[in-house]
Each structure stands twice: as C-alpha cells, then as structure tokens.
Design a protein around this ligand. Sequence first.
Ligand SMILES: [Zn+2]
Length: 310
Amino acid sequence: MKMNTFKWLARLCLGRALALMLAGGPPFCAQAEEPANGELKETSLELLSDRALTPLGKAALSIRSGEWKHAESANFVYHFFHGFIAGPVAVEAEFYYRVIAREMEKDTTQWERKCHIYVFEEAADWAEFQKRGALDPWTGGIHAAGSLFIQRDPQARFKGGTLGHEVAHLVVERFFGTGVPLWLNEGYAEYAAARCYAAFHRARGYAARPTTRPVPEGMYLPVGQLTALLSYPEDVAQVQVFYMESERLVRFLSAADKRGFGIFFDAVAKGARFETALAKGFGGRFMHLEALDREFRSYAIHEIAAPNTN
Ligand SMILES: [Zn+2]
C-alpha cells in the first residue's frame, strides 16, 4: 500500500518541514534497458489474454462501468479511461517490473499470468473506490491479490513513486510469497520505488535522484518495535513515520551488505525471526538487536547526502 503522496507532502510541509533528502546506493537501476515506448493497443475486456478479475478488481470496474478501456503489455493488463494516461503507465510498469525483479535476482520468464493494473484519474472516483474496497482513507495506491490500483492525475507532470511502490509489492509477493512482514514489505517498496523512479527519469535526461526522508527524532521507534508491528499505526502521522523508518532500515541493511540483505530477506520471508535472519545474513556484523538499534537510530534520524547513482 502507498500513502497518498499529496496529502503526505502537505503534512510534511506543516511546521518545520521534513526536507526531502537525496540519497542513493548501488546503481541497480542504472543497468536497466531502455523500455520500448510503443502505444497501447486498446482491446475489449472479452479479448484480454487474462480475464481473471479479483473482487476488488470487479469493484473498481463497477465505478463508471461503461467507460473503462482495456489493453495489455508483456506482463500487465491495463484498465483505464484514457490511452494517453495508460501508455506511460505501461512503459513505467514494465520498466519497474524488470529492474526490481533483476535486483532481487528473480527470473520472471516462468511467471506467465499477467498482473492487472487499474488506473483511476479523478479524485472522486478514487474516493469511491476506497469506500467500496474498505481501504484506509490515506491510501494512495494498493497492491491486492496480485492486482494494482493506482490514481494518476492527468495534470501532474511527474507522477510520483506510487506505481513503482506497488510493482515492488507485486514482485515481492510473486517471488517471496505472502510471509514478508509489514515493515520489510513497505520499507522495500519505498526503497525500490525511489531508486527506480529516479533511474527511469535519469534515463530520460532528468537530473533525478532517489529521495529518502529522515525520521523525526522524537518519533523514532526502536527496531524491535518497528519490526514487530503487524498492522499500520492508527495515527496517520505515525503511519508516515512507519513508512519512512521502514525505508531507512531497508536502506541501512542493504548498504551494510547487499548480498547479506538478500539472504536476510529470504530468511524473513520464509518465517525466520528478525534476529535469526539478521545472523544469517550479516553474521557477526550486528552482535544483537540493541547494537543494531544504536547504529541504526543515528542513520534513521539524520539527513543522508548521497551521490547520484547513475
Ligand atoms: Zn505499500
């Protein structure tokens, strides 16, 4: 799930704003091939190669039911209102899918079923979808049962990281299953989305860099508490912090040892406790949870200056 970025940023601008920070890491997205920029060929719902709609997908299509259009690309099926909105979504979705799967060292060629992406435009339609789907009001996009639901503002020049975030969830669920804890799922999605979004735009001539936000010091959650959360915090301000700190923890562990992070991720996805997976992935690098927490806290609450990863 992804928070509504506009509301999120509006919140961040209140009081002492939390500056959007530049950060980076190993340039995994820089190796990506340039995606084809072809136009989507519109077709009918009946002629799609994959017509398996989830209950939430049916709920989406019940809004303005006569106006949805349909198309597909190599790995995705699209439901949308305007081709000029869906075309760029398709280019981005295929790009993100490929680079995130490659980063996680997963072979996607055997996964034949396509993922459905529902592209809303109007805020009122998205609000209606949130209502029908019983979603949290702060939801800006969602991955559910292998389908993605996003809102794209036709007026916005830069569309934000929501699509990359949800594609990261898709890749994680496809190749690691549903056992990935909430903090790791959201933290990884934020981390991957920021890096791929920047890479996607760098490939098109923009001086884009991944962004990462420091956690407000007074709202820092010890790692033991963060990683034990089974659901999103009730308080919306704490939901923001939950996303920010989860992203920072993924970034921190990945920077400590990228290969070790992969082993750690796999172990956690298979049911290992946090500390067991930590020992598997990082050996004696972190002696115990308290040692990790001391080191990570400083990393989490400070701004990070990072070079452009291109
Ligand atoms: Zn999410």
